[in-house]
Design a protein around this ligand. Structure first.
Ligand SMILES: [Zn+2]
Ligand SMILES: [Zn+2]
Length: 218
């Protein structure tokens, strides 16, 4: 299988259909079903999606003559191979809409890289007083659950109250994650003899009777 970087590199390449001179579309391969035999061995491939392509226009007749059913051919090329081949398709719509979005692919790749870096920094972040990787994982809803939990547990040891605002401003998709984070913040505040004002959410002294921010009685 191709790595993300390889996929992006391939997706940026341009190839021409030998039947119609149109630039081939780079598409995601269709989902692989168990029982189909071999998979595609790749995540992306190139295909000519031009409906005026000679191969496609003439394909209907040859498939009807050869197999007696409805279908045609699209020119397709696998990444890394020099020669493409005719691939049977059932209709006009086949593979349309599965074109690779390179920008989206790059963004996903970047997020993966950042996640990997953040996870690698977890073991040393307390010694380095580095809150950043912990915050990245806690606030990234797509990060692995186990890594996010590990990051939450480090909040108390990091003892950095600047983590509170961004966490309070984040909506957690999972209720148990929200609960876990909330408990960790309460622990952190308590360890610093602080609490959040229930009226205005500002951080105040644990023993305060009045909030110095909103003047409300506690
Ligand atoms: Zn073509
Ligand atoms: Zn207040």
């Amino acid at each position: 299988m191709l790595s993300c970087d390889e996929c992006i590199k391939y997706a940026e390449k341009k190839y021409i259909c030998p039947h119609c001179e149109t630039i081939l579309s780079c598409c995601h391969v269709p989902p692989f079903h168990v029982g189909d035999g071999l998979g595609w061995g790749t995540e992306i491939f190139y295909v000519c999606l031009n409906d005026e392509c000679k191969l496609f226009v003439n394909g209907w007749k040859s498939i009807e003559n050869l197999y007696g059913h409805v279908g045609s051919y699209r020119y397709m090329l696998l990444p890394g191979s020099k020669k493409g081949e005719a691939m049977m398709v059932a209709g006009h719509q086949a593979f349309k809409g599965s074109e690779v979005d390179i920008e989206e692919m790059k963004a996903t790749n970047k997020r993966h890289q950042k996640e990997k870096e953040a996870v690698a920094q977890l073991d040393s972040c307390v010694a380095d007083k580095n809150l950043e990787p912990v915050m990245f994982l806690i606030l990234d809803e797509q990060a692995t659950l186990g890594d996010r939990e590990k990051a939450i547990k480090l909040l108390k040891d990091l003892n950095d109250l600047s983590c509170i605002d961004p966490i309070r401003n984040h909506s957690f998709l999972k209720a148990d994650m929200a609960h876990m984070v909330n408990m960790a913040l309460l622990d952190l505040l308590k360890a610093n003899f602080k609490k959040e004002c229930p009226h205005c959410s500002e951080i105040i002294k644990l023993q305060a009777k009045f909030c110095k921010h909103c003047q409300q009685k506690l």
